[in-house]
Every structure is written in C-alpha cells, then in structure tokens.
Design a protein around this ligand. Structure first.
Ligand SMILES: *Cc1c(COP(=O)(O)O)cnc(C)c1O
Length: 397
C-alpha cells in the first residue's frame, strides 16, 4: 500500500493542459503584463463571488497592504486581528506603519473570537482585519456588527477562502461579496486555486476600487493598456503615491482556468473532508474540524487537534515515516522573532487558545487528486499511531 501510494504530499495544485493552453495564448498575444486577461479574470472572479468590483494584484499580502491603506490605516494606527494566522496578515499592518493588536481565537476553532474584539478597540483603531482561517469563514456577522457600531472598517483576509460560503441573514453567499468593506484573496499554490502567486481584492465601493487600481500601478493616471491602444499621444501623470503590485496576464490566464475548475475542486475537497471526519471522529481524544451550520468551508486545509497525550512533532514524524506529509497547524505571529521587538504588536487579550492550537494541531494531506486508497492509508496509519484500533480504517471508503 505504501509503495503504491509513494509519499503523500500535504497539498498539490491541480494544473493541466487547460492552463498550459492559456499561457500559450498569452505568450503568442504579445501582451504579457496586466492587460486583457487580468481584466477578464477580474470580471469572472467578481461574478463568481457576487462582488461589484474585483481588482487583481501580485499576492494576497500586497492585497492586504492596499486594502488597509485604502480604508485609511497609517502610521501610529492600530488594527485588530488574530495572532493565530500566517505572518503576512500582521506584516501587512506593519507595512502601513500601524500596530497589529492581537485578539485570541474562539474555543474549538481557529478564527478570531468575536466576543473579544470590542474590548480591544481604542481611539487609534482604524480597522478590524479578520481571517477566514483554513478556508472556514469566521463569524462575520458578529465581526461586522462590532465594526458598524464603532464605525471601524472591516477587512477580510480571505487568502484561503475562495469559494467558501456563509449563511448571511438567511441567504448563502460566497466569501468576497464582500461582507466587510474589502476582501483579499490569495492564489498561492497552497490555496485551493493558484496562479503561482497572485491575489485579488473585492469591494462594493467604487471609490475603493478606483484607489486600488491606481495604487497597484504606481499611482499612474493612465494605464499602459490605454496608452498602447490610443490614436493620440497621451502623457500619463502620477496624482497619488503608488506601488507595483500588478498581476501579469500569464497569471490571470491561468487563474481563469482555475476558476472554471473551482466548483469541482471544492466538491471533491468536501467529499474528502467528510470521509476524514467519518473515519477520525471515532478516535479517542482527536478533535476533527468543526463546520458550523452557517458556514460551508472550501476545505483549504483539514486540521485536527491531537489527543492530549500525543506530541505534535513525534506524531508528524511517525506519519512522515509512513509516507504521509503533514504540517503543524496555523502559526502564532506574536511568537516569531520578527515580532519580538518592542512596539511590534500589542496583545489585547491572553492568547492561550492561539498558543495551544499551534502546539496541538496538525494539517493532514488534502488535495483534489487524492485517491480513496491514499485517504484510507492516512486514516489507517493515524489510527494505528494514536493506538486505537479502528475497524473502519481497513474498510474501503
Ligand atoms: C497564504 C496566506 C496569506 C498570504 O498570501 P500570499 O498570496 O502568499 O501573499 C495571507 N493570509 C493568510 C491567512 C494566508 O493563509
């Protein structure tokens, strides 16, 4: 069985001939940076998530930087977020010269605890940056309500959440409508769809969208696509300070193909997640991921919490020895050396749940091409490592 499966990776992007053809089309078109493919990808992505505007950029990290700048976050301001996230979440706040203010996660999950946001607000708070961790939507209704009550904009770090859904006042809606002011997505290969690197911002605000488009391209008044096609000489100017955060047409062309695959990819990921839960929920002390009734995860990751008596590193090594790659659960930003200097962050609450989650959780392999045999191998080996004979593990899934 192990030999047949080889080493099972923790994630694997699904790219094929369609993406190859898309890039071929771009190469032969002669227009390779932000151009018609980016415009088409934006339109298709906006339609998919139900957003009025979508703006493509080079990564989710640059998307977060632009989103925070757009709502006015600047030097000396504070932004409330979770430490239990990928480091880019807080780095983007520091790009603005602002300070990340960390709030602990909720019990039994990996997302910010909405009950503890209010107490973290100060006169300096300029935004709430919530994260849909591992693809599972956070409790947006409550986060957005706190933001509304204090007139504080809400930015969604939806890096992992393309295609995830939330029940919004009786209606299922995709993450990125957006429900906050701006949502930011990633197309890094560890996410459900990829462009190699890449990001997308969605918003309902025409004014925000205009700023984002300006700032991603050096603050340039006339995009090069327009100058290229013009019959008259046009001089551009630079009314605002900007960046080069563009997505290329190569990436966008791949993104358009990935977007076509997304519903199918999520359906398969959901099926794998359900099978995992069916097998693993009977293992004593192991906590399988929760999916509240008002959410539909895209299952970007399947993260379990080990029983108390099991060491994370030893369990991960035992799995690796059996041909199964895993990753530790989500990191805690405040524990990294880059955040050890004074003034790099403020903890508004204890972060004990965040710290415990990092120490005890393990991400299991999950990718659309994963076979049922691989799944059975993983659940069987994990059962044997955790020492409880699971009769179901030897059954075919
Ligand atoms: C992946 C990730 C990012 C960064 O995305 P990039 O596109 O690689 O910049 C930010 N936040 C979270 C929560 C992520 O998982």
């Amino acid at each position: 069985m192990i030999a047949a499966c080889g080493q099972i990776p923790v994630a694997k992007p699904l790219l094929g001939e369609q993406e190859v053809e898309a890039v071929r089309r771009v190469i032969l078109s002669g227009w390779v940076t932000q151009g018609p493919e980016v415009a088409a990808f934006e339109k298709e992505f906006a339609d998919y998530v139900g957003a009025a505007h979508a703006c493509a950029v080079s990564s989710c990290t640059t998307a977060l930087h632009l989103a925070l700048s757009c709502v006015g976050v600047g030097v000396g301001d504070e932004v409330i977020t979770a430490s239990h996230s990928f480091i880019a979440t807080a780095n983007a706040i520091r790009y603005c010269g602002a300070m990340p203010v960390f709030v602990d996660i909720e019990a039994g999950g990996y997302n910010i605890d909405p009950d503890r946001i209010e107490a973290a607000i100060t006169p300096r708070t300029k935004a709430i940056l919530c994260v849909h961790q591992l693809g599972l939507p956070c409790d947006l209704r409550r986060v957005v309500n706190v933001g509304k009550r204090y007139s504080i904009p809400v930015i969604e770090d939806a890096a992992c959440a393309a295609g995830s859904e939330i029940l919004w006042y009786g209606q299922w809606q995709r993450i990125g409508k957006p429900h906050g002011d701006i949502a930011c997505f990633s197309f890094h290969p560890r996410k459900v769809v990829t462009t190699g690197d890449g990001g997308m911002l969605t918003t309902s605000s025409e004014e925000y969208d205009r700023k984002l488009r300006l700032w991603r391209q050096h603050g340039m008044s006339v995009p090069d696509t327009i100058r290229h096609g013009a019959k008259q000489v046009i001089y551009e100017d630079y009314p605002e300070f900007g960046y080069n955060y563009r997505m290329t047409d190569f990436q966008a062309a791949i993104g358009r193909e990935q977007l076509k695959r997304l519903p199918e990819l999520i359906a398969r990921r959901r099926e794998i997640a359900q099978k995992y839960t069916w097998h693993l929920s009977r293992l004593a002390g192991l906590r399988t991921p929760a999916e509240p009734s008002w959410t539909r995860s895209n299952w970007q990751s399947y993260c379990v919490v080990l029983p108390d008596r099991f060491d994370q590193r030893e369990t991960m090594q035992a799995l690796l020895d059996r041909g199964i790659s895993t990753r530790r659960g989500v990191m805690n930003i405040h524990l990294e050396k880059a955040y050890s200097g004074s003034g790099t962050y403020r903890a508004a609450t204890t972060l004990t749940r965040s710290v415990a989650a990092q120490r005890t959780s393990v991400i299991l392999p999950l990718f659309a091409q994963m076979t049922d045999a691989e799944l059975a191998h993983i659940t069987g080996e994990l059962s044997s490592i955790l020492g409880s004979a699971d009769p179901a593990a030897s059954r075919t899934v």
